[in-house]
Design a protein around this ligand. Structure first.
Ligand code: FAD
Length: 376
């Protein structure tokens, strides 16, 4: 007989694993199927910023209730994960500084600060001198900064490792190096998934395959595409002023990690699934980092990589049913999948265990796109 779970999840990134862990807590049996190893997709490329506030852009505040809800959940989520596994996720609460490196940039940054204030977000304006006091490595003529104290960070790779341990400790069945080749459908319903080795049945299938999600249900045309991000890490030197906060400039962000790495990210490029690092991409990161932090010139390069954000038409995630019985999606997290993991887990486990989503996540269904088209 075929192997059977209450829920089978396709994709072992931060989203699939977070959803899986929540479903186990509700008493369901869960299998996660991951083509590579856990976290090997976008999750391992992420800088780990939990930046609901710093990233608010004019006209992009629809997502704010969702990002704020997830940011609120994160501290408890990290504490629980660490307690369940004994593993650290390197949760750091120093906050995020968005800096202006010239007069022009100060005007734009003040505008951003006004927008944040209007939206009720708690941020502080720092004159250049105060920014340099907090981050002595910043270039001397840094002209001003916004301090977003609520925007914390984690190490996304450590989160993936902890989620894997928590999932398995709670009795979840994890299948790594196991690609799902196809979903079997019969009578408008998903009835099984096929791997190279076997057929697996489940009450519900959750598609959480990141930028690859549309491939298993091509007829649905899920509006998600890969958006390449190139990033790198430098090794901080204890003898030099490095960084304590996450620092954003207009071009890049720099996130100092507990293991001594300084992550510099990220490009935003429409290149399909081309996973190369390019000279231009790496040059842009390095040049922008040197502008902000001159002492980085002497730091060793630790790693260079690229990943694919799963980006939807409106840059917001897609949760829930998609018109095929037995299938639920959790994808489209774009540049926010680490931040949005706890709220995504709540959304999908509420939907499967209780039949509906509540909270801000209920607005982020696939149906919002067809509503939009019919209005055009
Ligand atoms: P993924 O991590 O891509 O996981 C999907 C998994 O599905 C993969 O492991 C893949 O191997 C697997 N898979 C695919 N097809 C199949 C199949 N057929 N069968 C089995 N398995 C399959 N977000 C933040 O919140 N903060 C940040 O600071 C941040 N920085 C980022 C920096 C970069 C450079 C990039 C690229 C992204 C960043 N993000 C950030 C976004 C974040 O990484 C993603 O939104 C998030 O990782 C998406 O998680 P996921 O689980 O949906 O996708």
């Amino acid at each position: 007989a075929a192997r059977r779970f209450d829920v089978a999840i396709i994709g072992g990134g931060i989203i699939g694993l977070s959803v899986g862990r929540s479903l186990l807590k509700r008493g369901l049996s869960v299998g996660v199927f991951e083509r590579g190893v856990v976290g090997s997709g976008a999750t391992r490329a992420a800088s780990g910023m939990l930046a609901a506030t710093a990233e608010v852009e004019p006209g992009e505040d629809d997502l704010l209730p969702l990002t704020l809800a997830s940011q609120d959940l994160w501290h408890g989520f990290a504490k629980e994960l660490e307690a369940e596994t004994g593993l650290s996720v390197d949760y750091r609460a120093e906050g995020t500084m968005v800096v202006a490196l010239s007069r022009d940039e100060v005007d734009r940054l003040r505008f951003r600060h006004q927008l944040q204030t209007r939206l009720g977000l708690k941020t502080d304006w720092l004159p250049g001198s105060a920014a340099r006091e907090r981050e002595p490595g910043l270039r001397p003529n840094v002209a001003g900064a916004i301090l977003c104290e609520q925007d914390h960070q984690v190490d996304a790779r450590l989160v993936a490792a902890a989620l894997k341990a928590a999932f398995e400790a709670a009795g979840g069945a994890l299948f790594e190096n196991t690609a799902v080749i196809s979903l079997e459908r019969s009578g408008g319903r998903v009835t099984g998934l096929l791997t190279e080795a076997e057929r697996v049945e489940a009450g519900t299938f959750v598609l959480a395959a990141g930028a690859w999600s549309p491939q298993l249900v091509p007829d649905l045309q899920i509006p998600v595409r890969p958006l390449r991000g190139q990033s790198m890490a430098l090794r901080m030197d204890p003898r030099m002023p490095a960084l304590t906060h996450v620092v954003w400039t207009e071009q890049i962000h720099m996130a100092p990690k507990g293991d001594g790495r300084l992550v510099i990210g990220a490009t935003v490029e429409e290149r399909g699934f081309d996973q190369r690092n390019t000279a231009g991409g790496v040059f842009a990161l390095l040049e922008a980092a040197r502008q902000a932090l001159p002492s980085m010139e002497d730091l060793a390069i630790d790693e260079i990589w690229a990943g694919f954000r799963p980006t939807s038409l409106d840059d917001a995630p897609i949760f829930g049913e998609v018109g095929i019985d037995g299938l639920v999606v959790a994808t489209g997290h774009h540049r926010n999948g680490i931040l949005l993991a706890p709220v995504s887990a709540r959304a999908i486990s509420d939907l499967i265990a209780e039949g509906q989503m509540s909270g801000p996540e209920a607005a982020f269904t696939l149906q919002r796109f067809s509503r939009n088209t019919s209005r055009l």
